[in-house]
Design a protein around this ligand. Structure first.
Ligand code: FPP
Length: 230
């Protein structure tokens, strides 16, 4: 069966730029162009949700000029590509705590979400100021509050608890791809990756091609997924 939800850790922008004597931010710019190409490829494959790790709760620790650049990137990206995303019927959404972003960044994201909200094709979800542990922690807090408010019972099922996660409207993640050779999850979708297939791809994010991405997805789809059964 075709994968419904694919997650991407877009790693290696900095190293990719350094390898050609460019500043790290040039790697991020190239990385954002790659988002367009891979999103279109995922849409072609009929994937329902593509979730991208665009800014983690830990990325605030980077030098200020790099953080500032990443804050400005959504504006550059949507100015260039929103029209095309509309034509492809792609819908933009986010997970993560947008409140922490400068107003300008948050407004750009909210505008893109709003402008694409009637599109019915693939959801392109940007994880921004997102961390998996924090997501589960917030879900537990909201669950606790819902019990105190008397709107939910203590005896809920796992799938009812999932309604407190930021991905509540999405199908389970089928596949997570991390580029650039690192074999870590780095706090991405910790709950949602419980049964996901994992692919650690050696090439840097800016070097991933649409064809290669499609090949990775189609190959992983052939794997025998038993979800703990036989
Ligand atoms: C990791 O590479 C990448 C990031 C922290 C940022 C990813 C963001 C993009 C690809 C652009 C997102 C686009 C929009 C529109 C928001 P790294 O910098 O850690 O690379 P390195 O490990 O080689 O240093």
């Amino acid at each position: 069966m075709g994968f419904k939800h694919v997650a991407l850790i877009m790693d290696g922008n900095g190293r990719w730029a350094k390898a050609q004597n460019k500043v790290r931010t040039f790697g991020h710019l190239q990385g954002s162009e790659k988002v367009r190409e891979i999103a279109i490829a995922a849409n072609d494959l009929g994937i329902e949700v593509l979730t991208l790790y665009a800014f983690s709760t830990e990325n605030w620790k980077r030098p200020k000029d790099e953080v500032d650049y990443l804050m400005a990137l959504p504006d550059v990206f949507f100015k260039k590509f929103l029209k095309e995303l509309m034509e492809k019927n792609i819908r933009i959404q986010t997970i993560g705590e947008l409140e922490a972003f400068p107003d300008s960044t948050r407004n750009v994201l909210l505008r893109a979400i709003e402008q694409t909200s009637n599109n019915t094709g693939m959801i392109l979800c940007f994880a921004m100021n997102y961390g998996g542990q924090r997501e589960i922690f917030l879900a537990a807090q909201h669950y606790h509050q819902a019990i105190l408010d008397g709107i939910i019972s203590k005896d809920i099922t796992l799938s009812e608890f999932e309604q407190f996660l930021m991905t509540k409207d999405y199908p389970a993640v089928d596949l997570c791809i991390r580029t650039s050779g690192e074999m870590r999850l780095s706090n991405f979708l910790l709950w949602q990756l419980a049964y996901a297939e994992l692919v650690f791809e050696p090439c840097a994010w800016p070097d991933l091609t649409a064809d290669h991405f499609k090949e990775i997805v189609l190959d992983a789809q052939k794997r025998d997924r038993r979800f703990g059964g036989l």
